[in-house]
Design a protein around this ligand. Structure first.
Ligand SMILES: [Zn+2]
Length: 391
């Protein structure tokens, strides 16, 4: 077989087998969905879901309440998602699993949000994946505004994590206002079951935002693909050749790499000539990049120590759940580590219900985590990094 044909054949084989293995669509995408412990999508079951605007939103600039309302509704009914309605309520409340999905403004800041711009507290049944409650809190350590739709960030404006642990350097004061519509629309994506997208900039679910940035204010194609996966748009085709309506993202990196290794083996066995061998390896590498496998295969937040969760108990408090997590240190990479430690984390598990605060999956007994160890031996849990965010 001539070399060129051989290479083309090898590339086609790579694609065909990858498609067969993972049902990867023709377009690259980067969305992440929330899943239960057993891998079920975490989504709303009812055909319509109501949100409420807490009176605390009146503390935001004029026009904020209307801006919050339309930001929630940009997702309404898209790709199988429930119809979303928003209405103001007269009586104040606190985030809780009470069947009311409420948007709050915390003018003095909100500890569960840490340094994030806003946070979503998502509670779901871990056996079915059905969402039971979603509350959104805007973190008042930042300034919010109803910005012009065309507003773009100042050159050099710092990047901030919309939610979760991440944060940028710099002080919160005098940095400008965050666009309410842009921030709430992002959080509404979490309230529907989407996770942060950490790889590329355009989607609404991209982890970071900047003061002054008013876009996007509505879901983009990658966000919608995630919604279609969550809400099982049954009418949409799925797979390599059919459509990009409902692309299914390979969930487990392990499967991906097992498949890739097996595939590489097949290709190498078939390609004995040296030049073709090299091209085959190249085709393999590009295929892996295309389907979005993390590179290198295991990217962990490397900390000062590694520990195993030996116990996790719910702490009785008002508002978002807290969980006391007992850790046994397995490996110490700094001068001194405690043998065991206890940390209190936001979110948790009670019976079948899981509560995620800011998209962090609550730790369970047997989980292994990376830690930072302070000079006073105080430990902090590092969450694994799926990718390095663009800045
Ligand atoms: Zn987010």
């Amino acid at each position: 077989m001539p070399n060129k044909r051989r290479v083309r054949w090898a590339s086609m084989l790579v694609w065909t087998v990858l498609c067969a293995l993972f049902g990867t669509p023709l377009t690259a995408h980067a969305y992440e969905i929330t899943t239960t412990t057993s891998g079920l999508p975490v989504a709303w079951q009812p055909a319509s879901v109501a949100f409420e605007e807490d009176p605390s939103l009146e503390g935001l600039p004029y026009g904020a309440v209307a801006s919050v309302g339309s930001a929630i509704q940009v997702w309404s009914g898209l790709r199988g998602a429930p119809a979303l309605s928003v209405q103001p309520v007269a009586s104040a409340s606190q985030p809780a699993i009470d069947g009311n999905n409420v948007i709050y403004f915390a003018p003095a800041g909100y500890p569960p949000a840490k340094n994030a711009i806003a946070i979503t507290i998502l509670s779901y049944d871990d056996t079915t994946g059905h969402i039971v409650d979603a509350d959104i809190v805007l973190n008042g350590i930042y300034a919010f505004g109803v910005l012009p739709e065309t507003s773009t960030p100042q050159p050099g404006a710092p990047m901030f994590a919309s939610d979760g642990e991440g944060t940028a350097e710099g002080s919160e004061a005098d940095m400008g206002e965050f666009d309410i519509a842009h921030v709430v629309a992002h959080e509404a994506g979490h309230a529907l079951g989407l996770r942060d997208e950490t790889a590329t900039r355009p989607p609404l679910m991209f982890l970071y935002s900047q003061p002054g940035d008013a876009n996007p204010r509505s879901p983009m194609s990658d966000d919608l693909a995630g919604i279609a996966e969550l809400y099982a748009d049954a009418s949409a085709g799925r797979g390599c050749a059919s459509s990009t309506m409902s692309p299914r993202r390979p969930r487990a990196g392990t499967w991906m790499w097992m498949g890739a290794a097996a595939l590489l083996g097949v290709v190498l066995m078939r390609l004995r000539r040296k030049a073709a061998w090299r091209s085959g390896a190249l085709a393999m590498a590009s295929a892996v990049v295309f389907v979005g496998a993390p590179w290198p295969p295991s990217r962990h937040a490397e900390g000062d120590a590694r520990a195993r969760v030996v116990a996790a108990h719910g702490v009785e408090v008002l508002g978002p759940w807290r969980t006391e997590v007992s850790l046994s240190i397995l490996e110490c990479r700094v001068a001194r580590c405690p043998g065991e430690a206890t940390v209190t984390e936001w979110g948790g598990r009670r019976g079948n219900v899981v509560q995620e605060v800011g998209g962090a999956h609550p730790l369970r007994v047997g989980d292994e985590v990376e830690l930072t160890v302070g000079v006073d031996q105080e430990v902090r849990v590092l969450r694994p990094l799926r990718a390095i965010p663009h800045s």
